[in-house]
Design a protein around this ligand. Structure first.
Ligand SMILES: [Zn+2]
Ligand SMILES: [Zn+2]
Length: 167
């Protein structure tokens, strides 16, 4: 078998995903033997996961913060309260809920399967599990939010720098 990219070169390896033949050069182009198109799929998948986490973090913060803002401004402000108080409470609401998403991901990366013990309670047990997990996530997220934001931004840059053509 010859390399899918260099027809004159003998394949020394195969793409781990699609089994296309890879010559010595192509087999070592990435850390693991993958062809360009299969690696592009892995990169796109990972990028999508990271963007999804960013998006859900924003949604989890913005939705309750908007509700808080509307509730605070729907009636006249109580005496002694200014718009600054409203903005501050809106901001705090954002940072109470937004960290649930990165906290949730952080918990998932620590322990993949302590869900099992709650499954014996079936559906209501699972509901309780998710509520508890969301509460824990909110606290874990206070630390996980900045860490994951930095880590994910760095990873996105890394992924964007990976070459998607042979040179
Ligand atoms: Zn492939
Ligand atoms: Zn090749």
């Amino acid at each position: 078998m010859n390399c899918y990219n260099h027809a004159d070169q003998t394949a020394v390896s195969q793409c781990r995903d699609c089994n296309k033949g890879l010559c010595d050069y192509c087999a070592h182009f990435y850390q693991i033997p993958l062809c360009i198109s299969c690696n592009a799929m892995h990169i796109n998948f990972e990028k999508k996961q990271i963007k999804k986490e960013f998006l859900w973090t924003l949604v989890f913060g913005i939705v309750p913060a908007s509700v808080m803002f509307i509730m605070l401004t729907i009636s006249p402000l109580p005496p002694g309260k200014t718009m600054n108080d409203v903005f501050l409470r809106t901001l705090i609401t954002f940072f109470v809920f937004a960290p649930i998403v990165p906290g949730w991901h952080a918990l998932n990366s620590f322990s993949s399967n302590f869900k099992g013990i709650f499954l014996i309670f079936s559906l209501p047990g699972l509901f309780v599990f998710y509520v508890l997990k969301a509460i824990v996530s909110a606290f874990v997220g206070l630390i996980a939010l900045p860490i994951r934001a930095v880590k994910n931004t760095k990873r996105l840059k890394e992924l964007n720098a990976i070459p998607l053509s042979y040179n």
